[in-house]
Each structure stands twice: as C-alpha cells, then as structure tokens.
Design a protein around this ligand. Structure first.
Ligand code: GLA
Length: 416
C-alpha cells in the first residue's frame, strides 16, 4: 500500500472512531449519563427481532410481571421461576444487568402470606360452631393477578359482549396469619428471590406503592399510607423489615422504594417523611424510584419533577425513573382504571407535544445524572404497553419501528 493511502486509511479510521457508531442505540447515546432500561416479558426476549432491539438499545432490563410476589410465589411453597429465569438467563447470556421488580406490593402480591398455614403448608380454614367450613365471596383473579380476565386491564378487562369484568366466586374463609407468621413468609420469600437472581440484579424495588393517593401534603403520618393488608397488619414496620431482609440477602444491591405520582407535592412529601423516618430506624433504603407514568400535559410539571428529585437527594444518592411512559391523554399515574385510548388519533401536533415532554424531562434527568443511575421505559413498544397501543406512550411503534420521538430522545442537544 502506498504511503499516501495508508495515511488516508488511518485518518478515516480516526475520523470514524471520533464520530462514534453511525447509529447508536439509546444506551450508547446516554452512556455518560445513566443506564437506559426497558420492562419486558418472557415473550419479548424469545422473539428474535424484539431481542435484537433490546440488545441494541438498552442496558438494563426489568421483568414486567414475572418477578412480582404473586407471580413467582403464588402459594406457600409453590414457586414459578420459569418466566423469570428465561428473562434472567437472556440477560446473563448478553451481559445485561436487571432491576428487580418487586418484593412487596399490595397488588399482584402473594396474598396467601396473610393466611395461617398448618405444619403441612396448607391454609387453615375457618369453621363454624358445627365444624363446617365458612364460605365467603371473592372476585376471581385474572392474568397478572388483577381482578377479571384481562389482568392489567381497566375494569379487569370487561368483555365486549358486556359480561361482567369481575366474576365472583365462593371460597372458604381462611384464618388470618399473625404478624409474625406474615413476616416469616415474607422473609423466606425475599431471601429466596433475591438470592436466586443476585448475580444479575443490581437493584430491587423492595417496596412498591405503599403511600396513599390522598391529596393532602399535610396529612398526619398514619394517613400518608395506603391501607393495604400489610399496613393494616404491621403499620410501617413491614417496609423497614423488607429493606432489612433484602439487604441481608444481597448487601450489594441498590434497594429502592418505588411509587407512582412521586413528583406530586403530596406524594413526594409522604415518601420523603416515610423514607427519612425508616432510615433513622435502620432501614437500608438506598434509592427512590419515581415510576413515571406521565402524560403530555401537566403530569408532571417540570418544576414539580425537579423539586421531587432535589427533595429525594437529601435522603438518598440514587434516583431512578423506573416505569417511564408518556401517554397522550389526560390520564396518568399507576391506577388501573384508564381508557385504552380507543379512537385517539396520534396527530402531528400531539406527537410534537409528546416529543417536547420527553425532551424536557430527559433534559432535567441529564442535569441530575450524577445521582440518576437508570431510566427505564415501561415496555418495549406501543404494542406491548400496559396502556394499550392507542395511547402511543413509547419510542417504538406497534411494528417495533422507531417513532420520530425516538430520535428526539436519542439525538438530544447537549446544553452548553
Ligand atoms: C405499576 C407497577 C408495575 C406495573 C404497572 C403497570 O406501576 O409498579 O409493576 O404493574 O403498574 O404495568
């Protein structure tokens, strides 16, 4: 090769490496800032096209449902590890780390823990004076542990033919577990799950959504909490214990309290007060997860979003946006009563509004990137979204193609 062409070749290689890859993935574009994550199902990782997108774009993975207590541990002594293992093995194979989601939540929970079990692991049935089983009515549970057949669907997934969404079945009434019995089960649960995935999981949502939706920042301490079964049995102590047991099982994992609407003046106050109190009592809470089920309007306002980040940084060094999506109607938050966007049109104007919202929120997150370790999209594409494709909340469309908003997020302009 002539000297001239060798020099030209070296110059070309130097130029190309200075430019970086021509088509970086999201994770590459954000590598100086934070990990970019995605919530997936076992079906996403089994599909070659979808798996390729995950590998190109993301460097953190959350299991959407299959690590939740009610899914992975549906009965005393019964473990469903298959789906969680499939996702964990995909991540192990490709060197991706996972966020664990979640260890304690009022929904999709292993509710058998609230029932007394005999020495053979069977639930203890309540009997009347004659010794007969006492029966009660209960809504049937559908996919994902929510009432109805639809699992994570509004109204439990009412059927088009008008059949009731929530079916009622008769079940025996069981004797309630004592607080100690509940704690014994929870500790085994946390220990088992955390240990099984500890090589691949870098942080856990230890407790999810324990705070109330009451919209009163001045609420007294007890009124700040969701009156879940765990809270009714144990008060705020179950939160502290869950963190202690998660830390016992993996001292190296980041341990998060995770909630939706964590930007609002009332919820951020509740979370702040709860975390501060429990930390002072010895709960190893190292991070706060702001779920981020937002909309293109004022949910959140940029000011409130930033204020919440600043408040949380007084208590922890690590914040993550754990369930990011931006829907195009006025609804938001983690509640399951929402429209699935039927008939909504994704106009040019709406797309621009959504792009602006993504752009503004990412700008704030980059500003705090020293203390934001990951930002996770809740689902891979609009087709996979728990909100339904007609809410158009994500960066990939229903055909797994990048939407224009993808480029707004990836090709951000650096602030001088
Ligand atoms: C909450 C939970 C998630 C998921 C979403 C809906 O935000 O934390 O696990 O159930 O609701 O997909």
């Amino acid at each position: 090769m002539k000297r001239f062409s060798i020099i030209a070749l070296i110059a070309a290689v130097a130029f190309l490496s200075a430019c970086g890859p021509k088509d970086p993935g999201l994770k590459d574009a954000y590598k100086k800032y934070f990990k970019i994550g995605v919530a997936v199902t076992e079906r996403n990782v089994a599909d070659s096209l979808q798996a390729a997108i995950i590998l190109k774009e993301f460097n953190s993975v959350t299991a959407e449902n299959c690590m939740k207590p009610g899914e992975i541990h549906p009965q005393a002594g019964v473990w469903n590890f298959e789906k969680a293992d499939a996702i964990a093995n995909f991540c192990r194979e490709h060197g991706i780390k996972m966020r664990g989601h979640n260890l304690v939540w009022h929904s999709q929970f292993a509710t058998w823990m609230f029932t007394k079990h005999d020495e053979n692991g069977n639930p203890v049935v309540e009997r009347d004076a004659k010794g007969d089983t006492v029966w009660v009515e209960r809504p049937a549970f559908g996919r994902g542990g929510f009432p109805g057949f639809g699992g994570q669907r509004p109204n439990g997934g009412a059927r088009p033919n008008g059949a009731p969404a929530v079916q009622v079945t008769k079940v025996p009434k069981y004797v309630a577990a004592s607080k100690q019995e509940f704690y014994d089960s929870l500790r085994v649960h946390i220990n088992t799950v955390v240990n099984r995935y500890k090589d691949v999981i870098y942080c856990w949502d230890v407790v999810n959504e324990a705070m109330s939706d009451a919209n009163n920042p001045d609420a007294p301490y007890e009124d700040m909490f969701r009156k879940s079964q765990a809270y009714q049995l144990c008060g705020d102590e179950f939160i502290k214990n869950a963190f202690i047991w998660a830390h016992e099982a993996d001292p190296n994992a980041g341990l998060f309290y995770n909630d939706y609407s964590a930007w609002t003046p009332s919820k951020r106050t509740y979370i702040y007060k709860m975390v501060k109190k429990l930390q002072s009592e010895g709960a190893p809470i190292t991070g706060i997860g702001m779920q981020g089920h937002y909309n293109i309007f004022d949910n959140p306002t940029l000011e409130d979003f930033e204020t919440a980040i600043k408040m949380y940084l007084e208590l922890v060094d690590d914040i993550q946006i754990t369930e990011f999506d931006i829907r195009i109607n006025e609804e938001a938050g983690g509640g399951l009563q929402f429209s699935r966007g039927e008939g909504q049109v994704y106009t040019e104007e709406i797309q621009q509004k959504q792009a602006k919202k993504y752009e503004d929120l990412f700008e704030i997150m980059r500003k705090y990137s020293k203390n934001i370790s990951s930002v996770t999209f809740w689902n891979l594409s609009d087709r996979d979204s728990w909100l339904g494709a007609n809410n158009y909340p994500l960066l990939f469309d229903s055909e797994y193609q990048r939407k224009p908003v993808y480029y707004t997020v990836r090709d951000f302009k650096k602030k001088k």
